[in-house]
Design a protein around this ligand. Structure first.
Ligand code: ATP
Length: 911
């Protein structure tokens, strides 16, 4: 009370201050206001306070009880609804499957390209199922298809017919969508489309993400893209030689492997997990950019290969899916063409031949499948080998046949329709009775209605579940959805594991001896293509591997996938060497080291990889390292983290391509030489960063240091890169006498791969191989012969180190010193490299990098550069004063002639 009285005493003062009369608000003022407010509230007595606390407790308890009941009630309802959803999913899958089966497991659609006015029309669509062909004046033929698209049909209409197959693929069925047809009839337009009219592939990707989001299951999509060009598989997510700036070393070749359970995997194919539509689209565009296309007589941008997009879908609700992981293939086949008509020559001719051959093999396979033949000739082409597990009874196949309406293409149109006839027993109009047709139509309609009804119910139930989850979220601190997530996280672990089934399967111990000899390897298959760079690594590492006999138990793996440090989460099936070249020196794996191949070259395309136990554990640990295990706790966060991880990884992959596009490549005598860009502002020298030295004047020495920019490096490399065995003899001599060289260093570099060079260049600038004392030459050594013999060396650099007076280190593989122009001609370093039995000699104008790049380039000799150029430089220097005198004399003569000034004046000018 006393307190309140005191407060009231100061009320007057406080009110003054409140209305602004008191300009300085002091602590006292604040206290007094607080006191007034407190005093105005009636203070409960001790008894009252106790009562209030009891009331609160009781209220809280009753509240807790109520909410507890409500929560358990909602949970019960959720369980019922969940069961209902599962039931609906199963029903939908069954009905959709029935519907697709009735339509035929191999369905053929026909799309007629818009008519060009210049020619006569001979092909027309009749209704939505028939194509009418005018053969001659009184002759015509009608073909029936599952669906015929008129020339005016939109991309959306086409896709709406394809969408059930996309849905079916989410149910775990393997599916193949082909675009087949004569060249220039619109296959690429249908599949890829344009910005304005997106085709089947972008729409399918979008639909996959949409349906996956609508469903209550977690899906995992992995994206791969390859092409079959002239019978060779090429990864379209890796730049290749067809594109302007390929990476180096060449990516390892792709090979087709058959799992004992019949599944097909493509070894070394880059597979990237995509969690988001945009990223998937970006990858798709990236792949499209690397396709082999060329201008032909029939099409300005003719696809010269089969382009194959594979989306692997994994989901974790095992009971409702046909498979845990299934594949959706979308294939833009190369255009069939009559070589005589297209008048293709040379390479175009070969490409056309290869395309026609593989198309014919595809026709054979589909025909054999349709006729239920015992032997299906999958092995006749790479295309059918790759699709072996996705073509067949248990898969959905859709052939989108494209025809031209023009009369001049009639012959090709008939060929295309004959192909379609083989693919599906396309009946001529009268062969199928109208009654039968009508019955089928009714049945199809009924099934379609059923599917729609089920989907409608499904949506209702999903909405209900969402509402209940929201309610539950409000009632509980720990969101009920997190419990859902916990379940999901379990599934995720299972699913991820299953997606990477190779790891699980790999646990099945299979003694090496169990494999027949023909499954083993081959020097030939290894050296087949693209593995030259890897080969060195393989050879090197082989020494460190335990002898083969010692491998007691090894593990069979159909494919191996693991995420790569610092790059995309790319599941490169067995693509260990490829990925290591993307990652850097720390992640060194080589498939070749770890894989047993077949020795039968004819069987080298289909092989079973056998991995050593220790390697699997290595990969396993990588899986762990990269958080592929999701913890139950904080799953919501984890999911988010995983998804952002994936996103960033796709970004990394795309980023990597940007880097790769900066890698320049040029050829000399059919050998590939790579010049890798050096960052302009800084470069690493022996582990420390050296600032840009461009045009920096070194006091007192008259020297200019500069970083070798990319162009310089390129030209220098071009001229100085030598072939070699990994044995080199270097003779450094004739150094410029005025340059007090104290030390000559010869550094051997172990260039692992292009990425290593790009990112870790500095780390390799030390004397690399490093235990060899001959590699570093201390003391004065103007001349000498040094022998470098090491299997680990694939790049050398000569460096000259100045006397302690200047104590400037002036060389590095990346950093060259050049004299002032006037001195350039005097600096010479000559080297001699023994390449096999043929020694070759070269000279460098400056003490720049001398690189010996790559093995297996025995016949590659340097272009002598320096002698000519230095001579030219020296000659010019000699000429200079004479030219000057000549010039002055002319001036003098002109002066006399025109101005008539005195002789002495002009003479002085010449001095
Ligand atoms: N339905 C269509 N609507 C509009 N333009 C089309 C349609 N079909 C094809 N075209 C156009 O015809 C040209 C050739 O098409 P496209 O390149 O897709 O043929 P293709 O069958 O893939 O040929 P190739 O087998 O030689 O690769 C393109 O310019 C394309 O835009």
């Amino acid at each position: 009370m006393e307190h309140s009285e005191r407060s009231f005493d100061s009320l007057n003062e406080s009110i003054h201050s409140l209305v602004g009369l008191n300009t300085h608000l002091t602590c006292n003022w604040v206290d007094s206001v607080r006191g007034i407010i407190k005093a105005l509230q009636p203070q409960p007595s001790v008894g009252e306070q106790q009562e209030l606390q009891d009331d609160n407790k009781a209220y809280e308890n009753s509240n807790n009880e109520d909410s507890g009941v409500a929560i358990s009630k909602i949970k019960g309802e959720l369980q019922v609804l969940d069961a209902c959803i599962k039931k609906l999913n199963v029903q939908r899958r069954q009905v959709l499957n029935e519907f697709l089966d009735l339509k035929g497991s191999i369905r053929v659609f026909c799309r007629i390209r818009p008519f060009s006015i210049a020619s006569q029309k001979s092909v027309e669509a009749l209704g939505s199922n028939e194509v009418h062909i005018n053969l001659a004046e009184n002759k015509s033929k009608i073909y029936s298809f599952d669906k015929v698209f008129h020339p005016s049909s939109s991309q959306g209409e086409v896709f709406s017919e394809i969408e059930p197959i996309i849905k079916s693929s989410l149910d775990g069925y393997n599916a193949c969508i082909f675009a087949y047809g004569q060249t220039g009839t619109g296959k690429t337009f249908t599949m890829e489309g344009t910005e304005e009219f997106p085709g089947v592939v972008p729409r399918a990707i979008e639909a996959l993400f949409k349906h996956a989001a609508d469903s209550n299951h977690a899906f995992l999509f992995s994206f791969s893209m390859l092409e079959i060009y002239m019978g060779y598989l090429k990864d379209l997510l890796i730049p290749n030689s067809q594109t302007t700036k390929p990476i180096f070393p060449l990516p390892p070749c792709l090979s087709i492997q058959t799992h004992p359970n019949g599944e097909i995997e493509i070894e070394n194919l880059v597979t990237i997990q995509v969690n988001d539509l945009n990223k998937a689209m970006r990858l798709y565009k990236l792949g499209c950019g690397f396709r082999s296309t060329a201008s032909t007589n029939s099409n300005r941008t003719s696809s010269r290969s089969h382009c194959m997009i594979r989306i692997s879908i994994s989901s974790f609700s095992t009971s409702e899916r046909r498979r845990l992981t299934n594949k959706l293939w979308m294939i833009d086949l190369g255009g069939s063409e009559r070589v005589l008509k297209t008048k293709a020559l040379g390479r175009r001719f070969e490409e056309g031949k290869a395309i026609n051959l593989s198309l014919s093999s595809l026709g054979d396979v589909i025909h054999a499948l349709q006729s239920k033949k015992r032997h299906i000739p999958y092995r006749n082409s790479k295309l059918t080998q790759v699709l072996k597990d996705s073509l067949g009874d248990d898969s959905k196949t859709l052939m989108l046949v494209h025809v031209s309406p023009c009369e001049e293409d009639l012959c090709e149109t008939l060929c295309t329709l004959n192909f379609a006839t083989r693919a599906k027993r396309v009946q001529l109009r009268n062969e199928e009775s109208t009654e039968l047709k009508a019955e089928k139509e009714v049945a199809l309609n009924n099934l379609l209605q059923k599917v729609k009804q089920i989907e409608y119910n499904h949506n209702d139930v999903t909405q209900e579940i969402k509402k209940l989850n929201e309610k539950l979220g409000k009632l509980t601190v720990v969101s009920p959805s997190s419990t859902e997530f916990v379940d999901l996280s379990d599934v995720c672990i299972e699913g991820l594991g299953s997606n990477m089934r190779f790891l699980k399967n790999s646990v099945i111990s299979t003694p090496l001896a169990d494999f027949p000899r023909f499954m083993k390897p081959t020097a030939c298959s290894r050296s087949k293509s693209g593995n030259a760079g890897v080969e060195i690594q393989a050879l090197k590492s082989r020494t460190s591997l335990p002898p083969r006999k010692g491998i007691g138990s090894s593990h069979r793996a159909e494919s191996v996938a693991f995420p790569i440090e610092g790059t995309s989460e790319c599941y490169s099936e067995s693509s260990v060497s490829r990925t290591s070249c993307l990652v850097g020196p720390t992640t060194k794996f080589s498939a070749d080291n770890e894989t047993e191949f077949s020795e039968d070259t004819s069987d080298s395309d289909i092989k079973v990889a056998v991995f050593a136990k220790q390697d699997l554990s290595k990969r396993d640990s990588i899986h762990k390292k990269f958080n592929l295990r999701l913890s139950k706790k904080n799953h919501a966060n984890t999911t988010e983290r995983v998804s952002t991880q994936n996103h960033s990884k796709v970004d990394n992959w795309l980023q990597l391509h940007k880097c790769a596009s900066n890698i320049n490549m040029f050829t000399h005598k059919n050998k590939r030489i790579v010049a890798i860009p050096i960052p302009e502002n800084k470069s690493r020298v022996r582990g420390r960063i050296v600032k840009d030295l461009h045009d920096e004047k070194v006091p007192g020495k008259g020297l200019r240091k500069r970083n070798v920019n990319h162009r310089d490096a390129k030209s220098a490399d071009m001229e100085n890169h030598l072939s070699s065995k990994l044995e080199a003899e270097v003779n450094v001599s004739n150094a410029y006498p005025a340059w007090n060289i104290d030390e000559i260093t010869i550094n051997a570099y172990q260039v692992l791969d292009s990425t290593t060079e790009v990112s870790e260049r500095g780390n390799f600038s030390g004397p690399a191989d490093l235990n060899d004392p001959e590699l570093i030459m201390p003391g004065i050594a103007y001349q000498g012969r040094y022998y470098i013999s090491s299997s680990n060396v694939n790049s050398l650099s000569i460096g000259l180190i100045e006397s302690p007076s200047s104590s400037k280190k002036i060389s590095n593989n990346e950093e060259m010193l050049e004299r002032e122009e006037s001195n350039l001609e005097n600096i010479q370093v000559s080297g001699c490299v023994t390449a096999g039995i043929k020694p070759c000699h070269f000279e460098l104008r400056s003490p720049s990098a001398l690189s010996i790049c790559k093995a297996n380039q025995m016949d590659y000799y340097p272009v002598p550069k320096s002698r000519d150029s230095t001579r030219t430089g020296g000659f010019l220097n000699l000429l200079k004063p004479k030219v000057h005198i000549l010039y002055s004399s002319v001036l003098v003569a002109l002066g006399f002639a025109s101005l008539g000034l005195g002789h002495d004046f002009f003479y002085a000018l010449t001095l």
